[in-house]
Design a protein around this ligand. Structure first.
Ligand code: DX5
Ligand code: ZN
Length: 216
């Protein structure tokens, strides 16, 4: 079953509650929350207060938290307590990846590891047993609305070839068209910002993405 996770980075920030309600009503499977520290990526976005506010307003919504931070280790407990269901860190950070993944799991959250476009996905092979999900960036992280990088598809295929049975996520420039290649290559979790949250007919976008898994 394909999971569709709207990125709230593309939402109308002044109407966040309404935006989340709208995404839930059209059948999204949760939310993708992009946390940016202005250091790992050249942008700033949300912190744990946003995760906590969403958890309070939407007790049952699934929150997939993507930490684009250099030093996530010190914040795992905070995000877990704020209400994250899944926490993804980046493979490029100068911290002890194994320890952080174990820490995320020990707090009852799904643990994820993400690779930027220039990172060779094979470098994370040793961490896969500690991952519930892997996020393959299909744009340079930092901003929504960028162009999808189709040359990331071999990373998805490689992950499935290793026998990895967790979630395989794609993030960046994913729309109903580019999602087809992603699903064909092994992705089962689609993070969608602009193409879903800002769509005139988001229900149609979700229908089109769900139909992809019916194809051989
Ligand atoms: C980019 C973020 C993405 C972003 C995707 O750094 O990780 O989650 O919101 O936005 P779109 O779908 O517009 O590329
Ligand atoms: Zn993201």
């Amino acid at each position: 079953m394909i999971k569709i996770l709207p990125s709230i980075l593309a939402a109308d920030m002044l109407r966040m509650g309404e935006e989340i309600t709208r995404m839930a009503e059209v059948g999204a499977d949760g939310l993708h929350v992009d946390v940016m520290d202005a250091h790992f990526v050249p942008n700033l976005s949300f912190g744990p207060a946003m995760v906590k506010a969403i958890r309070k307003g939407f007790p049952n919504i699934y929150q997939d938290v993507h930490l684009m931070m250099d030093n996530p280790a010190a914040y795992i407990a905070t995000f877990a307590e704020a209400g994250a269901d899944a926490i993804t860190i980046h493979a490029e950070i100068p911290e002890n990846i194994e320890e952080i993944l174990r820490d995320i799991r020990s707090r009852g959250c799904k643990a994820g590891l993400s690779v930027k476009p220039k990172t060779d996905v094979r470098t994370i092979e040793g961490y896969l047993p500690l991952c519930d999900q892997v996020l393959v960036m299909t744009v340079e992280p930092g901003f929504g609305g960028q162009k999808f990088m189709a040359d990331m598809m071999p990373k998805l295929r490689w992950l499935r070839q290793t026998g990895f049975a967790g979630g395989v996520q794609v993030d960046g420039g994913v729309n109903a068209g580019t999602a087809r290649d992603c699903v064909a290559a092994g992705a089962d979790e689609l993070v969608m910002g602009t193409a879903l949250v800002r769509a005139a007919d988001p229900a149609a976008v979700i229908r089109a993405c769900r139909a992809l898994e019916d194809r051989p």
